[in-house]
Design a protein around this ligand. Structure first.
Ligand code: NAP
Length: 266
């Protein structure tokens, strides 16, 4: 069986390096390109602490795609960079697996159209950890039975955006399962923002601290009872089985898919 040709965008970042290591180890995948803004010209194997690969970090995604001919681009870059990378890759007919957060509803619409025009497929996944997807699913199951809910997401202090894509997706799933807004509770905020952000009655709180990786608690409150659903990603390796699965399935999934759960549970 031919290996899938993979390019990693953001290859020198924390997530990108894990993806590179995963691709190098997976017998069904072949690393053909590595793009980042820093460490240009270095062997990506050495960047990730593995043996030299002969694949050098490149700065231009357009040139890397033209020269390396990947079938799939995996992107873990920044909210500011990701849409341009998606436009470039899909525009060149390359399927994309994207973990970078900060993609809006309008962006998703644009990606959907790009996929149709260029006949390339896209998976946009706010979270690649299987346990986190189950946490979201369990939260959606519980949503009908509790009128009030708060989401606390906790991440490392270098995360660029808040709230996390996972917490937004969780709130969306809870609201979709309820079919109406969550019940709001009254109370004055003595410090602005102390009750967190709010999506139709679902409160979201973002904690940023060194030492954390990616964690989320969904706390449902009802008469005389509390249900807490919690997931912890203890290392970035936790995301890699999900990324590998996505890279292997993306070519058979036409158009835009939003959320890895569609690859896992359907
Ligand atoms: P990071 O360590 O800052 O890595 C981002 C990398 O992308 C950096 O090396 C950065 O280079 C590079 N970069 C920036 N702009 C670029 C461009 N235009 N082209 C190519 N590379 C570019 O961040 P991270 O912790 O790996 O996280 C990356 C993203 O993944 C974030 O949005 C994060 O929230 C998300 N994430 C998603 C999941 C999930 O399961 N979906 C899990 C964890 C993280 P410079 O440093 O030189 O700018």
């Amino acid at each position: 069986m031919e290996k899938i040709r993979v390019l990693v965008s953001g290859c020198c970042g924390r997530m990108g390096q894990e993806v590179v290591k995963m691709v190098l180890k997976d017998v069904q995948l072949q690393l053909v390109g590595a793009v980042d803004q820093g460490q240009i010209g270095k062997d990506i194997g050495e960047v990730v602490g593995a043996d030299a690969t002969g694949i050098l970090v490149e700065g231009s995604l357009t040139e890397a795609i033209a020269n390396r001919r990947p079938q799939v681009m995996v992107d873990f870059t920044t909210p500011a960079a990701v849409m341009d990378n998606i436009r470039t890759a899909i525009g060149a007919g390359v399927h994309v697996v994207v973990g970078t957060t900060g993609i809006s509803q309008n962006d998703l619409e644009e990606i959907r159209k790009l996929c149709e025009t260029h006949r390339a497929n896209a998976l946009i996944a706010p979270n690649f950890a299987v346990g986190a997807l189950l946490m979201m699913r369990f939260a959606a199951m519980a949503a009908k039975y509790f009128s009030q809910v708060e989401i606390i997401e906790l991440h490392h202090d270098r995360k660029l955006d808040a709230p996390s894509g996972t917490s937004i997706k969780t709130a969306e799933m809870i609201l979709a399962a309820r079919g109406e807004a969550a019940e709001r509770c009254v109370g004055e905020e003595k410090i602005k923002g102390v009750r967190g952000g709010e999506m139709n009655g679902v409160h979201l709180h973002s904690v940023r601290l060194p030492g954390l990786i990616a964690h989320q608690e969904v706390i449902f409150g009802g008469e005389g009872q509390i249900l807490t659903i919690r997931h912890d990603s203890l290392s970035r390796e936790s995301f890699m089985p999900g990324v590998a699965l996505a890279v292997k399935k993306i070519m058979g999934r036409p158009g835009l898919t939003y959320g890895l759960e569609h690859f896992l549970f359907e």
